[in-house]
Design a protein around this ligand. Structure first.
Ligand code: PLP
Length: 383
């Protein structure tokens, strides 16, 4: 394979070798359906139970509070729609910087969207006022743990304090999809009632999501059928994927402290490098407020799309964090909510690091980014 520099870990991560190794037997000899009753099915069930126990422990919840789904989007939708089905529309609340997996279902059901401050964190006074003013009961408040575009970490304990005071019966959900590599999930689940995770964001396979839901909350399932996951999510288990997910999460948590300092040093090297070489470049959020793995920049005088094209040609994979499924650029709702002027947002660039990132990646990215920005600016002067 040609050499490349992968700085798009927030979009997806390469699978961990240990996760691939863990799942392999379940793709071949241990193929049975864990819902069956014969000996091979019982073996499969045991593997499923062990994976669930491990995930529960790593998330600080009980095994019965873990629901395996197909992705982060399904986990978010399950909790938002499952709880919304029980209370009137208009009783869902989220922040304006949520991923579309949360924002779209909430907006679709006429929920309330609360503004964020200039760093991307939900405005707690506005949240408090919104909860106070709502006339219908609030079913779910959803506030992400880490923003996927700018990396901003939310102070969920403070969010929980407001929600418990102003909407005591509400379910407090957190989309923690971008948090698994950098945050203590046990601390998060101590503050909120449910979280979503997605295996492919922490070295697991695509096609597995996790939803934790505190005991006592009931859900109307999105998928009905065989009654798997205690009737909360029907469908034959993706056993190989679930086993790999548990292993990926185990390795992620085991290495987390070390990775936080290693990746932070790489992120700082990257930032210092580009700051030195490129004028008219600024960080969108103070890196101290963001996870180490996400560096969001706005580069003056260049268009994200053209910059990403040149980076890609030179073998550097990055993102503007605003690509839709078709790959076309859309204006970022996160940057707009943060009050970033459209002119500045046009030069948005997200460089995201993870468990495979190295110093060589960073040095190469600095060189390529510097050359690409210079080329685009020269071209602009000529035209
Ligand atoms: N929530 C956040 C914060 C994300 O970053 C993503 C994926 O980018 C999702 C939800 C959706 O996860 P999935 O791709 O597993 O559906």
């Amino acid at each position: 394979m040609e050499s490349f520099t992968y700085l798009d870990h927030a979009a997806t991560t390469p699978m961990r070798a240990s996760a691939i190794e863990a799942m392999t037997p379940y793709l071949s000899q241990c193929f049975a359906n864990p819902s069956g009753s014969h000996r091979f099915a019982r073996q499969a069930r045991q593997a499923l139970d062990e994976a669930r126990d491990l995930v529960a422990d790593l998330c600080g919840v009980r095994p019965g509070e873990v629901i395996f789904t197909s992705c982060g989007t399904e986990s978010d939708t399950t909790v938002l729609m499952g709880a919304a089905a029980q209370v009137l529309p208009g009783s869902l609340v989220c922040s304006a910087a949520e991923h579309h997996a949360v924002l779209d279902p909430i907006q679709h059901h006429g929920g309330c969207v609360v503004g964020v401050d200039g760093t991307g964190q939900i405005d707690l006074d506005a949240l408090s006022a919104t909860l106070e003013q709502l006339t219908s009961p609030v079913s779910v408040v959803s506030v992400m743990a880490v923003n996927n575009e700018v990396g901003r970490v939310t102070d969920l304990a403070r969010v929980a304090e407001v929600v418990r005071r102003k909407a005591p019966g509400a379910l407090l959900h957190s989309d923690a999809v971008q948090a698994a590599c950098w945050q203590d999930l046990r601390e998060i689940t101590a503050s909120v009632d449910s979280i979503s995770l997605s295996a492919h964001k922490f070295g697991g396979p695509k096609g597995v999501g996790i939803l934790t839901l505190r005991e006592g909350f009931t859900l109307r399932p999105l998928l009905r059928g065989g009654g798997q996951e205690r009737d909360r999510r029907s469908g034959t288990h993706n056993l190989a994927g679930i086993v790999a997910t548990a292993e990926a999460l185990r390795a992620t948590v085991a290495e987390r402290d070390h990775e936080i300092s290693r990746v932070r040093a790489l992120r700082d090297r990257l930032l210092n490098g580009v700051r030195h070489q490129i004028t008219g470049l600024c960080t969108t959020v103070d890196p101290a407020l963001s996870v180490p793995g996400i560096l969001h920049l706005c580069v003056e005088g260049v268009e994200s799309e053209s910059l990403l094209f040149l980076l890609d040609q030179a073998g550097v994979c990055a993102s503007a964090a605003s690509a839709c499924a078709s790959g076309a650029m859309e204006p970022s709702h996160v940057l707009a909510a943060m009050g970033v002027e459209p002119e500045r947002a046009r030069g948005a660039l997200r460089l995201s690091l993870g468990h495979t990132s190295t110093e060589a990646d960073i040095d190469r990215a600095v060189t390529v980014l510097t050359e690409s920005v210079a080329r685009l600016r020269q071209k602009r002067v000529r035209t």
